[in-house]
Design a protein around this ligand. Structure first.
Ligand code: 5RP
Length: 227
């Protein structure tokens, strides 16, 4: 079974938590899209009624429109009942690294507005310590980005400007991403605060204490982990 199959299993399983009448946050990435597609199927089959959704990226918004999912905004629905999203790493306390797709700013806004954030992953994403196999994506404004790269270096990271198709990757907000490889992170909550306090850093991919629900698909089946 390849990782796409596992992502599909986890995403579709998590979509089963959505109930009629809910406002739903739609995550971004190759796992979350399976949840989004399954939610659309359930709407079109009549199994789910009275659903409105808030996408966490322009790519997810385009997919949701194509799938015919009714969309809303945080202005109209400031409280989201459930959001289903993916992650790049999940630690034993369910702290996360996200932002592999560069959508972590909107994803964090949507997650913070959510009563329940369900993270769907293939079980290769479960790690003992954040930073083990993934860098922390740091969204920076283009002005003076080099000084944020130097700052990340001063914190012990090896930051790389994210490149896409030969040019700097541009986020949905028109910002840049520095992928900051810290190696295994001893205190992710402290790093979260340190990164937040730096001007020029718009947001970073550490999601601390934001989820109590992880759906992990592996060769032995699907686990619904709760804290
Ligand atoms: C995008 C994200 C994704 O949820 C994360 O990168 C996981 O992606 P995938 O499901 O494609 O492995 O945070 O910004």
């Amino acid at each position: 079974m390849n990782s796409t199959t596992l992502k599909r299993q986890a995403g579709e399983y998590a979509a089963g938590f959505v109930e009629s009448g809910m406002t739903v946050g739609l995550g971004s990435g190759s796992t979350a899209i399976f949840a989004t597609r399954r939610i659309a199927q359930r709407i079109h089959s009549g199994a789910l009624t009275d659903i409105v959704a808030i996408p966490s990226s322009l790519a997810t918004e385009a997919a949701a429109k194509e799938l015919g999912i009714p969309l809303t905004t945080l202005a109209e629905h400031p409280r989201i009942d459930i959001t289903i999203d993916g992650a790049d790493e999940v630690d034993p306390d369910f702290n996360l690294i996200k932002g592999g797709g560069g959508a972590h700013l909107r994803e964090k806004i949507v997650a913070q507005a959510s009563e329940r954030l369900v993270i769907a992953v293939d079980d290769s994403k479960l790690v003992d310590q954040l930073g083990t196999s993934w860098a922390v994506p740091v969204e920076v404004i283009p002005f003076g980005w080099e000084s944020q790269a130097a700052y990340l270096q001063s914190l012990g990271a090896n930051p790389m400007l994210r490149i896409d198709g030969g040019a700097p990757f541009s986020t949905d907000q028109g910002n840049l991403i520095l992928d900051a490889d810290f190696g295994p992170i001893a205190d992710a909550a402290a790093l979260d605060q340190t990164l937040k306090s730096r001007a020029g850093i718009v947001e970073h991919g550490l999601f601390i204490g934001m989820t109590r629900d992880v759906v992990a698909a592996g060769l032995d089946g699907i686990q619904h982990l709760r804290r």
